[in-house]
Ligand binder design. Structure first.
Ligand code: PLP
Length: 406
């Protein structure tokens, strides 16, 4: 009976993989796993295998899987009203916006459908601000090498990875790349045309590099001196992941514009960009920007509930506590294991630099029942749901060690 069952499931797995490979454009090399269900911090595949999840769908599922309260809120909204367009007001987004703005410390929010679109909006707001101020349009933006901001043409233009950018050129003009954590390299690029400096507070895709406090503070001082807008991309590092609601709060360096996405909907596709009062008053006005779906009632219900749970459960405090233990255990591993040369990160956004092929470690971890992902060329990225406990860190360590030793 059990083997029969297993056979059917295996056939199903192959069918699903084949259906995707024959129909979906091949832009991803996927792992041969069909994920079927999630519960808490565990995922289950179509063959009944159980995985401890330290990837969270790329830092999205911060409340894990099957959160009753979040799921109920979303389901109730599905039955009430999913979409209205932005030509009308709706109640869920009113609640969500109030909570999001309060948590952000900024003044206004615009909801998008993804992180990429949040970056697009941030770039447009910065350009419009400079245009109103100066009356001309040839402004420049300084972005960082090794950064990642998304795949649309605008977001790609500010992404510091030539391999992603080059085939799609020409991209936006007036983008210059400085070296992350090198203040002098930023200063060298600043001129009278510079309207914004954009960076991730903690670089994610590039290999988990937190900003140095002196660097971020130096950039902020430069921005204030020259009326340049500081744009912080908190799409991956924000929403509690680093131990404060937003990573910039750890540094005490407030951006003029901030982008968010990934965990802001905990599985529902939504992003946002936030503006300070000064930028909001002198940038985008009716007719300048829009979106059909952005901030619809469905995502509003999710975002509202996510912020409510984060506040009530004080998720950032939990991240600080578990994150400290996580850091300690990873430091031990870096000291003991030859294949691990460095640990970097903040809170529950951690990276291990490896001397062995990181893709192989990821596959071996899967065989141990652990899901982890990569960042950059040689970094193992650990971005678990923020609700993990110390026991999950221990379980992860056991499985990761087994993967590294096999
Ligand atoms: C994921 C990510 C993006 C792009 O977000 P999408 O939702 O995939 O469009 C932008 N910036 C950072 C820092 C990211 O991690």
């Amino acid at each position: 009976m059990e083997t029969q069952d297993h056979k059917e499931k295996t056939m199903k797995t192959g069918d699903y993989i084949e259906a995707v490979e024959q129909n979906v454009l091949h832009t991803y090399n996927r792992y041969p796993i069909v994920l079927e269900k999630g519960q808490g911090v565990y995922l289950y595949d179509s063959e009944g295998n159980k995985y401890l999840d330290f990837a969270a769908g790329i830092a999205v599922q911060s409340l894990g899987y099957g959160n009753r309260e979040l799921n109920e809120a979303i389901k109730a909204q599905v039955d009430t009203l999913m979409h209205t367009s932005n030509l009308f007001y709706n109640e869920p987004i009113a609640r969500a916006a109030k909570r999001a703005v309060k948590a952000s410390g900024l003044a206004r929010v615009f909801f998008t459908n993804s992180g990429t679109e949040a970056i697009e909006g941030a770039i447009k707001a910065a350009r419009k601000y400079a245009y109103i101020r100066d009356g001309h349009t040839d402004h420049e933006i300084i972005a960082m090498e090794n950064s990642f901001h998304g795949r649309s043409l605008g977001a790609l233009s500010v992404t510091g990875n030539a391999h992603y950018r080059v085939p799609f050129e020409p991209l936006l003009p007036g983008i210059r790349f400085a070296v992350f954590n090198d203040l002098e390299s930023v200063k060298r690029l600043v001129n009278e045309k510079t309207c914004a400096i954009l960076m991730e507070t903690v670089q994610g895709e590039g290999g988990i590099y937190p900003a140095d406090p002196e660097f971020l503070k130096g950039v902020k001082a430069l921005c204030e001196e020259r009326d340049i807008l500081l744009i912080l991309d908190e799409i991956q590092c924000g929403m509690g992941r680093c131990g404060e609601m937003f990573a910039w709060q750890i540094y005490g360096v407030k951006p003029d514009i901030m982008t968010s996405a990934k965990a802001i909907g905990c599985g529902v596709p939504v992003g946002a960009f936030f503006l300070s009062e000064r930028v909001a008053e002198k940038s985008l006005v009716p007719g300048d920007h829009g979106t059909t779906y952005g901030g619809n009632p469905l995502v509003g219900a999710a975002v509202d509930k996510v912020f409510e749970i984060f506040e009530r459960e004080n998720i950032p405090a939990h991240v600080r506590e578990v994150g400290a233990y996580f850091t300690e255990r990873l430091e031990e591993l870096a000291a003991d294991c030859e294949a691990v040369t460095a640990r970097r990160g903040l809170g529950l956004m951690q990276g291990l630099e490896l001397t062995v092929p990181v893709g192989e470690v990821v596959r071996k971890a899967q065989q141990q029942g652990l899901i982890v992902i990569t960042a950059g060329n040689n970094v193992l990225r650990l971005v678990p749901p923020l609700i993990i406990e110390k026991e999950h860190v221990d379980e992860m360590m056991t499985k990761l060690k087994a993967a590294l030793n096999s």
